[in-house]
Design a protein around this ligand. Structure first.
Ligand code: FAD
Ligand code: SF4
Length: 549
């Protein structure tokens, strides 16, 4: 039966696409908030017997306390996507969070719609998160018993299948570098014409990409979100008001009357990518590991949200970088291979690799706690109120922008939590809540895996921890700090220093045999016993008074 859909193509800024209450459809297709893939084959044709559904689900806003900007970004991106589909002639039922017909749970709202429109079929794209995957499988089983057929589609986003990594390594150790080289060859990215060798003969320029920011290069100012300013801010404010009225609890800050710092539409994301390639790529690799008190983002792309909600395809991003690299070779300012390779490795290497680890190891991965850590996360992770300059900058930036770049996440907030021995559940909850790009598949593998070594070495080969020397080498934080970067104990001794040695000391039985850590134990053995005791005592004092640091 033909459906009646209202309204048709043109939408007022805040209009929410809905179907007529008595409309009927043969098939309901679910689009999750992180499945906003404009190029998906579902949308290549119009089938009047199909209705698409997007749901702002209370179960999703509440399963962890999210950053206010994260919730707004998801809802803005979903609403724009719903309008886009509807404008392109597809039937769309969009449920806002405050829609009285929207149930608490995503699955309940979906079942209700299937019933309402009399559908005999429903379809969903493979979810990226284990939790949602289980929910939708459960729904499919339940509906099948009532004669309603379910079709599962691929998201057409990732460059590997869910099971590829486990098939590649079997029961052997997972090696990111081997996987990455395979991806480069398969997708012919930065390769010689023979398709076998990497451009210039070298696969990895990691060693060249570790420079401190020297303030000699200008850091580009990002344009305001590339969106219709008035409309964008108004929609942000209306979603914010709705969240408050619905009592959704969030963390972080939302500066009033401002844009989000991340693109939430396809058009903005594509422009954002161009800006990154033109202005940031030439220095991306060089300063990839640098941290700076004046510049939060430096030359990083801030594309993670757009990628994770699928507004951008990973290959589209990688090809843009590759093309810019090749074109620049004919100009007076060629981009070096180290810049392009450094970026490509993150997207077709680390990002796909983490997804492979996730699907190979879940659900057990979510419970791993190799060190048996039990401590609480310091309270100031939620407020940014600490005298540690590096931590204050990374945490306040995260609370203000729902963003920090990789090294701030790994070597500041992550490393400090690991040194303290915080329970990985608390670390996961913080990262999952605070960052705009946080979805479990890519958060937990980075947090519990790479950062906390709670997986005992599946993702990384050693724990990423450091004392003040590394932070000072890679940033300008220490010069303005209340604490003394050179002191291991005593008045104003940098907490990273004593906690670093305390970490190695207490986990000697688990770590001493790791060949990548041997140097640390050799250095520790050179300490005079009295000095080591003072360092360990200092660490105990800091652990007891951690909320006052
Ligand atoms: P860029 O530095 O410009 O890198 C480009 C892209 O590469 C990123 O957008 C991202 O898609 C990809 N990428 C880079 N590093 C990684 C990585 N280690 N794993 C997966 N993809 C990567 N990334 C998330 O997308 N979501 C998370 O929830 C998340 N949580 C993290 C938690 C911890 C403790 C750590 C150490 C890292 C986490 N990362 C996460 C990875 C990485 O820090 C972010 O992807 C990156 O900082 C996003 O900023 P950007 O877009 O400017 O990245
Ligand atoms: Fe961070 Fe220590 Fe340096 Fe202060 S002295 S900025 S706490 S590393």
């Amino acid at each position: 039966m033909a459906h009646q859909q209202s309204p048709p193509a043109a939408f007022a800024p805040f209009q929410i696409p809905t179907i007529a209450p008595d409309a009927t459809f043969r098939e309901v297709r679910l689009i999750l908030g992180d499945q906003l893939n404009h190029q998906h084959s579902w949308f290549r044709s119009q089938d009047p017997s199909v209705v698409y559904v997007l749901i702002e689900a209370r179960s999703e806003t509440d399963y962890v306390r999210h950053h206010i900007q994260k919730v707004i970004a998801f809802m803005k991106a979903m609403r724009t996507f719903g309008r886009h589909l509807s404008g392109a002639g597809q039937a769309v039922q969009y449920y806002t969070l405050d829609d009285p017909a929207n149930q608490t749970n995503l699955v309940d709202t979906l079942s209700q719609l299937i019933d309402q429109v009399g559908a005999t079929h429903w379809a969903y794209q493979l979810p990226d998160e284990y939790r949602v995957d289980q929910e939708l499988k459960g729904l499919a089983d339940g509906l099948r018993s009532k004669g309603i057929e379910c079709v599962v589609a691929d998201t057409e986003h990732f460059l590997t299948t869910r099971t590829e990594l486990s098939e590649m390594f079997g029961s052997k150790s997972y090696l990111m570098e081997r996987f990455y080289r395979k991806m480069r060859s398969r997708y012919n990215v930065l390769m010689e014409l023979n398709g076998k060798d990497p451009l210039s003969g070298q696969w990895n320029y990691d060693a060249d990409n570790r420079k401190k920011f020297d303030h000699k290069v200008m850091v580009p100012t990002w344009p305001a979100a590339y969106e219709n300013k008035t409309q964008s801010i108004a929609e942000t404010q209306s979603i914010e008001a709705m969240l408050a009225a619905q009592g959704v609890e969030t963390v972080g800050r939302m500066p009033s009357g401002q844009h989000l710092d991340h693109p939430t539409t396809r058009v903005a994301a594509v422009r954002w990518l161009s800006f990154f390639v033109d202005k940031c790529l030439p220095h991306f690799g060089t300063y990839e590991d640098a941290m700076d008190g004046q510049h939060l983002t430096l030359f990083h792309s801030r594309l993670s949200f757009a990628l994770n909600v699928k507004l951008l395809h990973p290959l589209e991003v990688v090809r843009a970088v590759e093309t810019a690299y090749h074109r620049s070779q004919e100009t007076a300012a060629p981009i070096t291979l180290a810049q392009a390779e450094g970026f490509v490795r993150q997207v077709i290497g680390w990002r796909e690799y983490m997804r492979g680890v996730y699907w190979a190891k879940m659900p057990d991965f979510g419970m791993l706690n190799f060190f048996g850590h039990k401590a609480d996360l310091p309270q100031w992770y939620w407020t940014g109120k600490t005298q540690m300059n590096c931590m204050s900058h990374a945490i306040n930036a995260s609370l203000d922008h729902a963003y920090a770049h990789h090294i701030q996440r790994l070597m500041l907030t992550g490393s400090f939590a690991l040194l303290l021995g915080v329970h990985p559940d608390q670390v996961d909850a913080w990262y999952l809540g605070v960052y705009i790009d946080a979805l479990e598949w890519v958060m937990i593998t980075n947090t519990r895996g790479m950062s906390q070594y709670a997986d005992g070495g599946i993702v990384g080969t050693k724990p990423y921890v450091s004392a003040a020397a590394y932070i000072d080498k890679m940033s300008n934080y220490c010069s303005g700090c209340y604490y003394d970067k050179k002191k291991r104990h005593g008045d104003r001794a940098c907490p990273f220093n004593s906690l670093y040695w305390d970490f190695y000391h207490r986990h000697e039985a688990l770590l001493a045999k790791n060949p990548r850590i041997g140097m640390a134990y050799m250095a520790m053995r050179k300490f005079e016993p009295e000095e080591l005791q003072k360092v360990l005592t200092q660490a105990s004092i800091y652990k007891v008074s951690v909320n006052e640091l």
